[in-house]
Design a protein around this ligand. Sequence first.
Ligand code: GLA
Length: 381
Amino acid sequence: MNKQNRSLLHLMVGLGSLLLFARTSIVASQPQIRKQPFESTTEKKPVDLYTLTNVNGVEISIMTYGGIVVSLKVPDRKGKLQEVTLGYDTLDGYLKNNSPYFGALIGRYGNRIGKGKFSLGGQEYRLATNNGESHLHGGNRGFDKAVWKPTEVRGQKSVGLKLDYVSADGEEGYPGALSVTAVYTLTNENELKIDYAASTTKETIVNLTNHAYFNLGADANILKHELMINADRFTPISEAFIPTGELRSVKGTPMDFTKPMAIGARISQKDEQLIRGNGYDHNWVLNRKDTSLSLAARVEEPTSGRVLEVFTTEPGVQFYTGNFLDGTIKGKAGKVYQQRAGFCLETQHFPDSPNKPNFPSTVLKPGQKYATTTIYKFSAK
Ligand code: GLA
């Protein structure tokens, strides 16, 4: 081999290894899905835990039981990853402790239905009254306690988990067999997107959401988080937490989050609605022109710089400040969850809509497709 050919060969070998290196680093920089069994001593069906990771290291674990977001780790302004959701380390934690819906998919009807009853097509339906005299979050065995059928979804710039569940005709008192799909997608833009879809065999009601509790910082409570809710009105509640039917202006009240405000700034005011809710536990009527995805809320945790933006196609959002947490739950990494340890932004149709003709309808008829989308987008400032 002459000198010229030898340098050509070296060049080719060099190029080859460069290509190989580039390929390996492309593969490693793809978003990933990992599956593992989530051990339980009490649940009969096998439950799996799927961990989705994006190119920024953002990691979300979802289990097939309840479609529960078990863990979500996102970076602060220095790039440090931290758990930002409340929950348990083990499946038995969720099963044994009567979990307050930590991270769960909620259905068939998210939030409350007054007196657990409603009428459709001239017939009255009675649901479980599992919250005082109200029906809450789908009843005694809502979708948060179903084992969902998983399918992995792989995209170029995202990874996802599709979860399917068929709720039988009459389950928890609801009419019609409801086929439900929830797709969790983690994008390389640090978005957790949830697409909900459903169809029914008989006229029924549907209102699906996710009940993740967030704490974006290191404090034991979320009072210093700054919140903006894109809503000029909210739905005031009765003493039984049921909307009165009024769409009330937030102006001049502690419910006004149209400009960013610390969650704790007004939470202890002697305001009738805050007293009834024992803090914030209300539905806000989102400002929107149509049903396209739009910004519902933005939360910033000043110390870590973590920011959460919530986009949705839904007309409402339930802002709940973990008022019922009382220090009796020991959660992840042994953390005791005191009151206000986390907040929820449950995108939804308004509570008790089936009994409130002036609220947007939650009725689903055979042949119609229920489809909503919510995005939780994380960044740091
Ligand atoms: C929702 C309700 C609250 C409470 C929690 C779960 O946010 O609005 O009143 O029931 O779920 O504890």
